[in-house]
Design a protein around this ligand. Structure first.
Ligand code: GUN
Ligand code: FE
Length: 423
């Protein structure tokens, strides 16, 4: 049996806004599965090797539930247009380059390494429409130790014909071909990925819905991100009262569905998400960058929706989930200042829950470092940062989200494997 024992200041979040804190604690995993967190080393482990981290923070690794791998090369550029113009002008041409497998290999190797260096070990990721590049992405994630779901994008209308768009039959054929090789991967699995309603014909959506029913594969897409997009979907689907119905009518709306953004989801649309068990992926950084808005996250949490966090690179300009957590807090403050209902803004513990435990739920884990969960953990040092007063573990966590000392990351575990050792 492979035994892992980590000793340090252990913090995890068992519920929104709650922190479990064990200073000088032991996080123990057997064969990559968490046994428990202990305040003192249990007798039965006496003499076993311990990874000693002193006062350093031992935290769950992050889950990024929405990002676009082929947009990684454009990160930090093209921030001067709203969503639909941004897609046509920058994004679609950038994704078209992934017809070249060598380019894909080079970019995706860098992306996978940077995710691990930022403590992200679980993802739900969009690839491009290219089958080969999608396999390469899955290979490179596996090699680096990133786990989760990757989707070959489906888009057979309203792309850039001749540059980035499929024929319907081609999209179906290529999705089948892509899925045939997905069984070769151990830690990265397929997720059906209609880009968003405007990108997919009814025929393609209906096929994807049948595929989802037949295979039980999860589904990811975009919903109610931007006002012009919402109006466009209304024109494309006059039979649907609301955007979400354009997914439901094709069987793409269930408890294994992730919907990114949901900035403009009103009470009725939110109720439909809650009833179906759809997970909202909040992408606060991107929502500001491409002029979408600030999502009603407090209302969603109060109503009992499942909400997780995504960086949405390259609509989001940060690959780091540390930044997604603080962006979620900032966005919630803007929402409070602009929403007549004056919803409470998110606390650090709430936003951090969304970036860790809430995301992990999509992978079947219980919140926090619960027994039985796969070991996904990061170790962070903050001992070089000056303190105005002796900081509590919760204050140290807050500061580590907003500000990291150089080389803060000391180690990363992903699905029980140590995949990164810092300097
Ligand atoms: N809607 C459809 N495609 C995209 C995309 O690539 N990024 C974002 N933010 N929204 C989208
Ligand atoms: Fe997106």
């Amino acid at each position: 049996m492979a035994l892992t024992i980590l000793h340090g200041t252990i913090i995890s979040s068992p519920a929104p806004g709650k922190l479990d804190i064990t200073p000088g604690g032991y996080l123990i995993a057997e064969d990559g599965r968490i046994r428990s967190v202990y305040a003192a080393l249990p007798e039965c482990y006496a003499g076993a090797p311990v990874e000693e981290y002193g006062e350093a923070l031992i935290l769950p690794a992050f889950c990024d539930l929405h990002l676009h791998a082929p947009q990684y090369p454009m990160l930090g550029t093209g921030m001067d247009l709203p969503l639909l113009d941004w897609l046509n002008t920058y994004t679609f041409p950038a994704e078209a380059r992934f017809a070249d497998p060598d380019y894909a290999r080079d970019v995706y190797r860098k992306l996978a390494a940077e995710l691990i260096e930022n403590g992200t070990t679980r993802v739900c990721m969009f690839s491009s429409l290219h089958t080969e590049a999608t396999w390469i992405l899955m290979e490179e994630l596996e090699r680096a130790g990133v786990t989760g779901y990757v989707g070959k994008v489906n888009m057979d209308r309203n792309g850039l014909p001749g540059v980035l768009q499929e024929e319907t039959a081609e999209s179906i054929r290529e999705t089948e071909r892509w899925l045939e090789r997905c069984g070769d991967f151990t830690h990265v699995h397929p997720i059906l990925t209609p880009r968003f309603t405007p990108s997919c014909t009814d025929e393609l959506m209906a096929w994807l819905g049948r595929k989802a029913a037949e295979t039980g594969l999860p589904i990811q897409s975009h919903l109610s991100e931007n006002d012009r997009e919402v109006a466009w979907v209304r024109e494309l689907h006059p039979d649907c009262d609301q955007y979400w119905e354009s997914y439901r009518k094709f069987g793409l709306w269930n408890a294994r569905t992730l919907m990114a953004h949901c900035v403009w989801s009103d009470a009725r649309e939110r109720d439909a998400m809650r009833k179906a068990g759809v997970t909202v992926v909040h992408c606060p950084d991107s929502n500001v960058n491409v002029c979408s808005g600030t999502a009603p996250i407090r209302a969603m949490l109060q109503e009992g929706l499942k909400v997780a966090l995504g960086t949405d690179i390259a609509g989001g300009d940060h690959i780091s989930m540390f930044d997604a957590v603080t962006a979620a807090i900032r966005a919630s403050k803007v929402r409070q200042m602009t929403d007549p209902a004056r919803p409470d803004f998110l606390t650090v513990a709430e936003a951090w829950y969304l970036g860790t435990s809430a995301g992990a739920a999509f992978f079947g884990d219980a919140p926090g470092f619960a027994p039985g969960n796969a070991l996904h953990a990061i170790v962070l040092s903050d001992d070089d940062l000056p303190q105005s007063h002796p900081l509590s573990p919760a204050e140290r966590l807050e500061r580590c989200m907003y500000r990291r000392q150089k080389d803060a990351l000391r180690a990363v575990w992903s699905d029980g494997r140590k995949v990164y050792t810092g300097r």
